[in-house]
Ligand binder design. Sequence first.
Ligand code: NI
Length: 227
Amino acid sequence: MIRIIPDVLDADGVARLRAILDAASWIDGNETSGPQAALAKRNEQLPEFSDAAAEAGRLVLDALGRTPLFIAAALPLKIYPPYFNRYAGGGTFGDHIDNAVRQRRGTDFRLRSDLSATLFLSEPDSYEGGGLVVEGMAEAPGIKLPAGHMVLYPATTVHRVEPVTSGTRIASFFWIQSMVRDQGQRNLLFDLDMGVQGAAMGLGQGDPTVVRLTGVYHNLLRRWADS
Ligand code: NI
């Protein structure tokens, strides 16, 4: 399921991040691709091990930690250190599927990609094209969100970024290994979580039904989660 996570970053957060990115030097995006993806990809990327990528990545991870909707939807066990990419002048990334297992070069950090995430860092009216099209769920023009908003989608899906025909599209992207590997279980937990929160607002946190349903949520998570 595609989930939009609004306001991961506020306007100040976006501006801070953009100041780092706009001052950095960028390289060909194919640096990090496998041979199949490289055929389809035409964009630029912040060098993975640069100071700018480290600093900007920290800002993104801090923001994710303060975003309860992201935690509820992804139930993250591990988050890959965020990448940053830039599309302009017809830049595009054709249909591809993300690698199932990502190993960070030169380290023992490894994750299974359950979810893919794109955090938009350019306002949608500042570029033409550049929509994220996810197989079976969105068609052209695809997903284009305000700067600071994020989309989460299953890493199992074929997806692409439509050509950016004018302006510049800057985004952060990364993968999440969820505590709950199965997408169906993860979706159930999310729906239950939202339902319990709604009930708690209406009935109060201490209401016996709310307490019981909260218990069901946690006991399902205990059954299904790896930690
Ligand atoms: Ni991808």
